[in-house]
Design a protein around this ligand. Sequence first.
Ligand SMILES: O=C(CO)COP(=O)(O)O
Length: 250
Amino acid sequence: MPPKPLIAGNWKMNGLTADVREIGTLAQALKDGAGCDVAVFPPLTLAAAAREKAGGLLWIGAQDCHTKESGAHTGDISAAMLADMGLQGVIVGHSERRQDHGERDSDVRLKALAAHRAGLCAIICVGETRAEREAGQAEAVVLGQLAASVPESAVPGNTVIAYEPVWAIGTGLTPTQDDIAAMHGTLRRALTDRFGPAAADMRLLYGGSVKPANAAEILPITDVDGALVGGASLRAEDFLGIIRAYDQAD
Ligand SMILES: O=C(CO)COP(=O)(O)O
């Protein structure tokens, strides 16, 4: 049995107080259950209100955390603080953090470890750039990121891997179904080599321009256990269009 799918929405640096109503709309729609788990990662300013609106029907998480538990790190937030506010997960190693903040695999690994120590689920992101894909290095790059970013403490209950090709993020471009299947198969094999049979239960999400219009083609691909959605997660109606792709498959 493949793991229960997860549809996760990464709001990035978007959303003001009024937008929390979208979480309320999602929770209302999820009352009768869904064919997948649902999570939203709003900006931290909205996380407490989002959690209240979610009413336990979807997870609420954060988009980053510090590697340390506390200390003199002005402007940073620790995983322990996120757990203390009742959040369930945290995205680590998103390509925008790797690019904008120079995060390396070793930083991502320490952040994932911090998340695990705090009892949070770490959504660990990997993905190649366009130049790396064109040079035929996509698989090697992603496998390198996976090996160095995922800590030994990873188990299916505390870790989700998100494959997000950088060139597909926010561009409307997606890899072919065969390319997604090949990369996810490669990720699963690498995780199995490292973690044994437990790797079968570790969720592998695809991210990069997932929309209601292409969800039905992407989500059923073997070894795709859900999606990490950016732009199309900001409005409940669009996000539900992706979540419902699972109901229709049932
Ligand atoms: O980066 C992403 C999610 O983390 C994907 O963003 P888009 O869905 O907007 O392409």
